[in-house]
Design a protein around this ligand. Sequence first.
Ligand code: FMN
Length: 355
Amino acid sequence: MSPRSRKDEHLDLCADDNVAFRGKTTLFEEVELVHDALPERALADVALGTSLLGKRLAAPVVVAAMTGGVPRAEAINRDLAAVAQAEGLALALGSQRPLLEHGARDGYFLRDVAPTALLLGNVGLATARDTPTSRLAALVRDTGVDALCVHCNAAMEAVQPEGTADLRGGLDTLRRLVGELPVPVVVKETGCGLSRRVGERLVAAGIRAVDVSGAGGTSWVGVEALRAEAPMRAVGETFWDWGIPTAASLVQLTGLPLEQVATGGVADGLVAAKALALGARAVGLARPVLHAWAAGGRDGARSFLARVVAELRLACWLTGTASITELGGCDVVVGERLQRWVVPGAPLPARRQGG
Ligand SMILES: Cc1cc2nc3c(=O)[nH]c(=O)nc-3n(C[C@H](O)[C@H](O)[C@H](O)COP(=O)(O)O)c2cc1C
C-alpha cells in the first residue's frame, strides 16, 4: 500500500477515540500540583513565554506531527500553521516521506502562512537511515523547517502491514544527522515513550532534544492493528497498550541534557502543567487537535489551543509560580505508581511533597 493511502487511513482511524490506549494511562493522574492559596500576582501577569530549539514561543505548546503528503493535509496543515503563527505556538509536520519518495507536496510548504512560527520537519528512522544526508538537508531547506524530528516507531512498524521491522543502524544514523544537518535533530517516539537507557544512548550520539511521545494517548500499535489482517491483527491487539506512560518517560529522562517535549495523552492545560512540572520544556498534542480541527476548522483548533494555554496559565497562577519556566521547580505530590519509574540517583526536578 502506498504511503499516500496509508496516511488517509491513519487520519480516518484517528477521527474518534477507538485508537486510544485501553487500560494504560499517561500516569499524569499520579501527579498533583500543590495549591497556593496566596498567589502574589495577577493571573494575567503569569509569563507563559519560553524557548524551544532556540526559538521563542508565546506558550510551550506544539501541535504534534500528524499529516502531510495527501491532498487533505494541505487544508489541515495550513489551518494549523496559521493558528501556530497567530498564537505563537509550534507546529510539527507529519512524516515527509511522501515528499522524499514521490514529490507529494501537500501540507509541507507552510512558510507563507507561518513565516516565523517554530516548524518541525519529520521523517522515520528507517527512512532517515536509507536517505543520504544531502537529500534530508535539501528537504529541511526547501520546507523551511527549524529542526528535523526523526520518529522511532518500532512497535508500530512491527504491526503495520507494510512496516519496516528493521531499525538496525538507527543510532549511527542519528549520529550522522547530528553531525551533518544544519538544524537540530529531535528524536521522537509515536506513543511508546523513551526510557532512561535510550535517553543516555541518544545523549551519547549527540542528540539534545526529544519528544517522548509516551503511552496513554493515541495507541499507534492500535491504529496499525485496526489496519492489519489476521494473524498480525491479533498481535496488535496483544501489544495495544505497549509502551512507557508519558509521565513515566519524563521521570526516566530526568537530569539528562535533553530538551524534552511531552506528547502522548496531553489533552488539556492542567495535564500540560504537570508535564512541565516533571521537567518537560513544552507539550505536544496530536489527536486532540485533529478532533478540534475536524469539529470546527481553523477556529475550532484555535479556540481549543487557546483553552489549553489558558489552563496552563491558571495552573501556574494556582501553584504560585510566576512563569512557565518556574513550573519545573514547583511543589508536586507524586503517587506510588509513578514513583516506581524514578531512576535511582536521578531525583525528580520538581520539589516533591510526600509520595
Ligand atoms: C493522525 C495522526 C497522524 C500522525 N502521524 C505522525 C507522523 O507522520 N509522524 C510522527 O512522528 N508522528 C505522527 N503521529 C503521532 C503523534 O505525533 C503523537 O506522537 C502521538 O499521536 C501521541 O500523541 P496524542 O496522544 O496527542 O495523539 C500522528 C498522530 C496522529 C493523531
